[in-house]
Design a protein around this ligand. Sequence first.
Ligand code: NOJ
Ligand code: CA
Length: 702
Amino acid sequence: MTSKMYILLFAFLSILGVNAQQITSPNGNISLEFSLSSNGEPTYKINYKSKSIIKTSKLGLTLKNADNLKQGFIETGSEETSFDETWKPVWGEESDIRNNYNELLVNLEQKATERIMNIRFRVYNEGVGFRYEFPEQPNLVYFVIEEENTQFALTGDHTAFWIPGDYDSQEYDYTESKLSEISGLFDSAVTPNASQRQFSKTGVQTALMMKTADNLYINIHEAALINYACMHLNLDDENMVFESWLTPDAQGNKGHMQAPCVTPWRTVMVSDDARDILASRITYNLNEPCVIEDTSWIKPVKYIGVWWEMITGKSSWAYTDDLPSVQLGVTDFEDVKPNGKHAANTAHVKEYIDFAAKHGFDAVLVEGWNEGWEDWFGQSKDYVFDFVTPYPDFDVEDIENYAKSKGVKMIMHHETSGSTRNYERHMDKAYQFMKDHGYDAVKSGYVGNILPRGEFHYSQWVNNHYLYAVQKAADYEIMVNAHEAVRPTGIARTYPNLIGNESARGTEFQAFGGSKPNHVTILPFTRLLGGPMDYTPGVFEMDISKLNPDNNSHVNSTIANQLALYVTMYSPLQMAADLPENYNRFLDAFQFIKDVPVDWEKSVYLEAEPGSYITIARKDKHSNNWFVGHVNGKDARKSEISFDFLEKGKKYIATIYADAKDANYKTNPQAYTIKKMKVNSQSKLSQVSVEGGGYAISIIED
Ligand code: NOJ
Ligand code: CA
């Protein structure tokens, strides 16, 4: 060989990645290859059943006022290990979760700066997780991240189910489009919210669900988002390469790090069967085991609330209309005129407690119970609420005693109005107040711009606040359901008192103009991968003007679809969102909400296609009963299922709540049928659902 040929061969080998190292998933379907490029850039690629899923993609970080951590690396060592363990979640879609992966740890040193950055890869049967690790070392102690430059180089112009990348809001409807269409559709995908900040017309949020032309399902997300900024993805839509885009802090920095430290995991799930994405527990498995020793106080909750009447505008959170401004401790509520619409009053709360007791709900949430709602957001107000001072018509002790006498728990509400620091200032007193009055769960909220001013909802500092609230709550044995907080990334494995989050467009938007009828066929593929959502299903009156003549919003869903959500939208915290008076009109359908459990031994994913339909069967954790939910997003469709998940030889009575033939999510949403039949493991069902419709089945052991 001539020397020229040697050079060519060398160049060729370095393009291929001379140091390539490969690991595969336990079942062999997924392979991940790590290599360093000729100038020492860390790269990886992923194949699924020999097809390329992620093409050679670069890894690294840009630092502020320091050399970047992107190239000039040599590999100083590596280690391959395997792991296979089954753990028991405190609550979940199943009682046992298998955590089985092959791992590759690559030790890298940037020669010129003598800095160490390791990359740990874990390959599961349904996907890959990897993160950066910075061990203790002399030349990299404190550093500031300007940007993380993790690439995901895709193999084509896939179909994506995306919401606009935003530092402050996740409450968007999904757009289904080709990746190349994102920039053109971006502006129309941005709908208003109390606080929002987009950063790029090709910026999207995770979990991002995609489908390739050859029917592979790919999902990109993150796990264990702790002491770090939340990751968005920004698309180079000429080359179809996504790159990480972190949420900045008030100064524009994206992370203040101190080694030893690690980043969250970046996850890529892939399968040719969409059901595998729903069944995957990668996000939980990449989180640390539970750190709460005694978890006996953490219990799944089915609840109702003094809530929908405020969301629809029928009632108010505020006590009076006569105060344009409120200063806590200064404003005297005793002397002002009540507006007559304040829902959180003792007599009304007792009606909810009665309804909860009568129908077997665990708890009642009450919002608008504390002073400050007359003037709670929009003014960048620091001291908004103190979380301990009730309005004059809300008798804390009377309600506490009444609820106790009826065997019903109360759920506290802490709206922070985005003032995280004010919440931290009051947190101990607020949690103690809860314990003193028999509350062991709190719904918190972060509406409006964050204070300290300039911070965003998903920056490192604010993410640390959300976790601090959960950890502190655990000290008081309090369960947390945080709205508007950063989207969950499986940290409920470590802190199972985080029993819910909103962090997406929930049912409230059905009263703010409506959501797309297929929204609920996408959420389980995106938002729910990181943890349960307080979606607040169960709305039976779809015409909101019936509750509030000034609100013409329409709930884009049928009653049967609303019932199915209790199964398809897994959560250990489930609300029946509508007003008692609406349930009283449809008691036969309401029966399903009463019967459906909130904790499961086993889940079987029967049918799934993002944007179109999802059918799930789940077995109750505390009985032999099964429940099935099917949501249908687009066009009338026949769902065909077999009951072979049932135990052989056992007999059951199935009650099927389905769309009536003439049901229509817009014009006839309350048309449903209820049919009872005997079933066993050999039974089959074909059931038609309308667009925005569905069915729910309770299968009770005979
Ligand atoms: C938005 C939350 O999502 C909603 O549930 C709550 O009622 C309001 N904020 C007021 O806190
Ligand atoms: Ca919200």
